[in-house]
Design a protein around this ligand. Sequence first.
Ligand SMILES: N[C@@H](CCC(=O)N[C@@H](CS)C(=O)NCC(=O)O)C(=O)O
Length: 197
Amino acid sequence: MKLYISGNSPYARRARLAAREAGLMGMVEEIIISGFNELVKLGPGGKIPVLITDDGHSLCESLIITHYFNDLSEGKLLPSDPVQKGKCLALESVASVLMDSLFVRSMEKNYREEKKRSALVLEKEAERSRRCYESLAEMVREESESVSLASIAVAASLGYAGWRTPEDNWREGRSGLESYYDRLMERPAFTETMPRY
Ligand SMILES: N[C@@H](CCC(=O)N[C@@H](CS)C(=O)NCC(=O)O)C(=O)O
Protein backbone atom coordinates (compact mmCIF):
# COMPACT_ATOMS: atom_id res chain seq x y z
CA MET A 1 0.00 0.00 0.00
CA LYS A 2 1.11 3.54 -0.56
CA LEU A 3 0.43 6.19 2.07
CA TYR A 4 0.83 9.77 0.82
CA ILE A 5 1.83 12.14 3.58
CA SER A 6 3.51 15.41 4.41
CA GLY A 7 5.94 15.57 7.32
CA ASN A 8 3.99 17.79 9.69
CA SER A 9 0.36 17.05 8.88
CA PRO A 10 -1.52 15.95 12.03
CA TYR A 11 -3.99 14.05 9.84
CA ALA A 12 -1.15 12.16 8.15
CA ARG A 13 0.43 11.55 11.54
CA ARG A 14 -2.72 9.85 12.67
CA ALA A 15 -2.54 7.42 9.73
CA ARG A 16 1.20 6.93 10.23
CA LEU A 17 0.72 6.15 13.92
CA ALA A 18 -2.07 3.69 13.18
CA ALA A 19 0.05 1.89 10.57
CA ARG A 20 2.92 1.56 13.05
CA GLU A 21 0.90 0.57 16.09
CA ALA A 22 -1.15 -1.92 14.06
CA GLY A 23 2.11 -3.57 12.96
CA LEU A 24 1.52 -2.89 9.27
CA MET A 25 4.66 -0.98 8.32
CA GLY A 26 5.95 -4.00 6.38
CA MET A 27 3.00 -3.46 4.02
CA VAL A 28 2.94 0.34 3.88
CA GLU A 29 5.22 2.59 1.87
CA GLU A 30 5.13 6.20 3.03
CA ILE A 31 5.51 8.76 0.28
CA ILE A 32 6.13 12.40 1.12
CA ILE A 33 4.28 14.48 -1.44
CA SER A 34 6.25 17.04 -3.39
CA GLY A 35 3.25 19.33 -3.92
CA PHE A 36 -0.50 19.42 -3.51
CA ASN A 37 -1.03 19.29 -7.31
CA GLU A 38 0.14 15.70 -7.33
CA LEU A 39 -2.57 14.83 -4.79
CA VAL A 40 -5.54 15.60 -7.02
CA LYS A 41 -4.37 12.82 -9.32
CA LEU A 42 -4.97 10.41 -6.41
CA GLY A 43 -8.53 11.52 -5.65
CA PRO A 44 -10.86 14.52 -5.72
CA GLY A 45 -10.19 15.62 -2.13
CA GLY A 46 -6.62 16.73 -2.80
CA LYS A 47 -5.83 16.39 0.91
CA ILE A 48 -3.21 14.60 2.96
CA PRO A 49 -3.33 11.69 3.82
CA VAL A 50 -4.31 9.42 0.91
CA LEU A 51 -3.91 5.66 1.00
CA ILE A 52 -3.73 3.63 -2.20
CA THR A 53 -4.65 0.10 -1.18
CA ASP A 54 -3.17 -3.04 -2.68
CA ASP A 55 -6.46 -3.45 -4.57
CA GLY A 56 -5.92 -0.02 -6.11
CA HIS A 57 -8.59 1.83 -4.11
CA SER A 58 -7.88 5.41 -3.14
CA LEU A 59 -8.88 6.15 0.46
CA CYS A 60 -8.95 9.69 1.76
CA GLU A 61 -9.87 10.96 5.27
CA SER A 62 -7.62 10.05 8.18
CA LEU A 63 -10.53 8.55 10.10
CA ILE A 64 -11.31 6.10 7.32
CA ILE A 65 -7.66 5.20 6.73
CA THR A 66 -6.98 4.57 10.44
CA HIS A 67 -10.09 2.39 10.79
CA TYR A 68 -9.06 0.48 7.66
CA PHE A 69 -5.66 -0.18 9.25
CA ASN A 70 -7.41 -1.36 12.39
CA ASP A 71 -9.48 -3.81 10.33
CA LEU A 72 -6.37 -5.10 8.53
CA SER A 73 -4.74 -5.76 11.91
CA GLU A 74 -7.86 -7.66 13.02
CA GLY A 75 -8.76 -5.08 15.58
CA LYS A 76 -5.50 -4.27 17.36
CA LEU A 77 -6.44 -0.62 17.78
CA LEU A 78 -10.00 -0.85 19.15
CA PRO A 79 -11.43 -2.85 22.05
CA SER A 80 -13.77 -5.67 21.01
CA ASP A 81 -16.10 -5.19 23.97
CA PRO A 82 -18.92 -2.92 22.68
CA VAL A 83 -19.04 -0.74 25.80
CA GLN A 84 -15.27 -0.21 25.83
CA LYS A 85 -15.36 0.39 22.10
CA GLY A 86 -18.02 3.08 22.52
CA LYS A 87 -15.87 4.79 25.15
CA CYS A 88 -12.85 4.65 22.89
CA LEU A 89 -14.79 6.07 19.93
CA ALA A 90 -16.12 8.88 22.12
CA LEU A 91 -12.56 9.87 22.97
CA GLU A 92 -11.48 9.56 19.35
CA SER A 93 -14.39 11.75 18.25
CA VAL A 94 -13.45 14.62 20.59
CA ALA A 95 -9.81 14.42 19.49
CA SER A 96 -11.01 14.56 15.87
CA VAL A 97 -13.05 17.69 16.51
CA LEU A 98 -10.05 19.26 18.23
CA MET A 99 -7.80 18.49 15.27
CA ASP A 100 -10.23 20.13 12.84
CA SER A 101 -10.60 23.16 15.10
CA LEU A 102 -6.83 23.60 15.41
CA PHE A 103 -6.43 23.19 11.66
CA VAL A 104 -9.04 25.87 10.90
CA ARG A 105 -7.27 28.24 13.28
CA SER A 106 -3.90 27.50 11.76
CA MET A 107 -5.20 28.13 8.24
CA GLU A 108 -6.71 31.41 9.37
CA LYS A 109 -3.61 32.58 11.26
CA ASN A 110 -0.82 31.29 9.06
CA TYR A 111 -2.21 31.26 5.53
CA ARG A 112 -4.43 34.32 5.38
CA GLU A 113 -3.35 37.93 5.19
CA GLU A 114 -3.85 39.63 8.53
CA LYS A 115 -6.53 42.04 7.29
CA LYS A 116 -8.56 39.18 5.79
CA ARG A 117 -8.56 37.04 8.94
CA SER A 118 -11.92 36.44 10.57
CA ALA A 119 -11.94 37.31 14.26
CA LEU A 120 -15.29 35.54 14.51
CA VAL A 121 -13.90 32.25 13.19
CA LEU A 122 -10.77 32.53 15.33
CA GLU A 123 -12.78 33.19 18.50
CA LYS A 124 -15.35 30.50 17.83
CA GLU A 125 -12.68 27.90 17.09
CA ALA A 126 -10.50 28.89 20.06
CA GLU A 127 -13.52 28.32 22.27
CA ARG A 128 -14.21 24.97 20.58
CA SER A 129 -10.57 23.94 21.09
CA ARG A 130 -10.79 24.92 24.76
CA ARG A 131 -13.92 22.81 25.27
CA CYS A 132 -12.17 19.86 23.64
CA TYR A 133 -9.08 20.16 25.89
CA GLU A 134 -11.39 20.22 28.92
CA SER A 135 -13.32 17.22 27.71
CA LEU A 136 -10.18 15.25 26.85
CA ALA A 137 -8.73 15.99 30.29
CA GLU A 138 -11.88 14.57 31.84
CA MET A 139 -12.09 11.58 29.53
CA VAL A 140 -8.49 10.37 29.89
CA ARG A 141 -8.76 10.32 33.70
CA GLU A 142 -9.67 6.64 33.65
CA GLU A 143 -7.83 5.74 30.48
CA SER A 144 -5.04 3.19 30.55
CA GLU A 145 -1.94 3.87 28.48
CA SER A 146 -2.95 1.24 25.95
CA VAL A 147 -2.66 2.42 22.39
CA SER A 148 -5.86 2.71 20.42
CA LEU A 149 -7.32 4.79 17.63
CA ALA A 150 -8.39 7.18 20.41
CA SER A 151 -4.97 7.68 21.98
CA ILE A 152 -3.51 8.08 18.50
CA ALA A 153 -5.99 10.85 17.66
CA VAL A 154 -5.43 12.55 21.03
CA ALA A 155 -1.64 12.54 20.66
CA ALA A 156 -1.73 13.75 17.05
CA SER A 157 -4.06 16.61 18.00
CA LEU A 158 -2.14 17.72 21.09
CA GLY A 159 1.20 17.45 19.26
CA TYR A 160 -0.23 19.71 16.59
CA ALA A 161 -1.55 22.13 19.22
CA GLY A 162 1.96 22.40 20.68
CA TRP A 163 3.18 23.53 17.28
CA ARG A 164 0.37 25.64 15.82
CA THR A 165 -1.43 27.04 18.87
CA PRO A 166 1.19 27.20 21.64
CA GLU A 167 -0.79 30.13 23.08
CA ASP A 168 -3.45 27.61 24.18
CA ASN A 169 -1.04 26.19 26.79
CA TRP A 170 -3.16 23.04 26.78
CA ARG A 171 -0.99 21.49 29.53
CA GLU A 172 -1.75 24.25 32.01
CA GLY A 173 -4.07 23.00 34.75
CA ARG A 174 -4.48 19.63 33.02
CA SER A 175 -1.78 17.49 34.59
CA GLY A 176 -3.67 14.23 33.93
CA LEU A 177 -3.87 14.95 30.21
CA GLU A 178 -0.25 16.05 30.22
CA SER A 179 1.02 12.82 31.77
CA TYR A 180 -1.23 10.73 29.49
CA TYR A 181 0.31 12.51 26.48
CA ASP A 182 3.88 12.35 27.79
CA ARG A 183 3.61 8.60 28.42
CA LEU A 184 2.42 8.04 24.87
CA MET A 185 5.31 10.11 23.56
CA GLU A 186 7.76 7.57 24.99
CA ARG A 187 6.64 5.04 22.39
CA PRO A 188 8.89 4.86 19.30
CA ALA A 189 5.99 5.32 16.86
CA PHE A 190 5.01 8.58 18.53
CA THR A 191 8.57 9.94 18.73
CA GLU A 192 9.29 9.00 15.13
CA THR A 193 6.26 10.82 13.74
CA MET A 194 6.53 13.97 15.87
CA PRO A 195 6.10 17.20 13.86
CA ARG A 196 9.49 18.74 13.06
CA TYR A 197 9.20 22.49 12.88
N1 LIG B 1 -10.64 15.60 7.00
C1 LIG B 1 -9.36 15.35 6.42
C2 LIG B 1 -8.49 16.59 6.56
C3 LIG B 1 -7.14 16.43 5.89
C4 LIG B 1 -6.45 17.78 5.67
O1 LIG B 1 -7.08 18.86 5.73
N2 LIG B 1 -5.14 17.74 5.37
C5 LIG B 1 -4.40 18.95 5.10
C6 LIG B 1 -2.93 18.81 5.51
S1 LIG B 1 -2.75 18.89 7.24
C7 LIG B 1 -4.41 19.19 3.61
O2 LIG B 1 -4.14 18.30 2.85
N3 LIG B 1 -4.71 20.43 3.18
C8 LIG B 1 -4.67 20.79 1.80
C9 LIG B 1 -5.88 21.50 1.38
O3 LIG B 1 -6.77 21.76 2.23
O4 LIG B 1 -5.99 21.79 0.18
C10 LIG B 1 -8.72 14.11 7.08
O5 LIG B 1 -9.12 13.78 8.20
O6 LIG B 1 -7.87 13.45 6.46
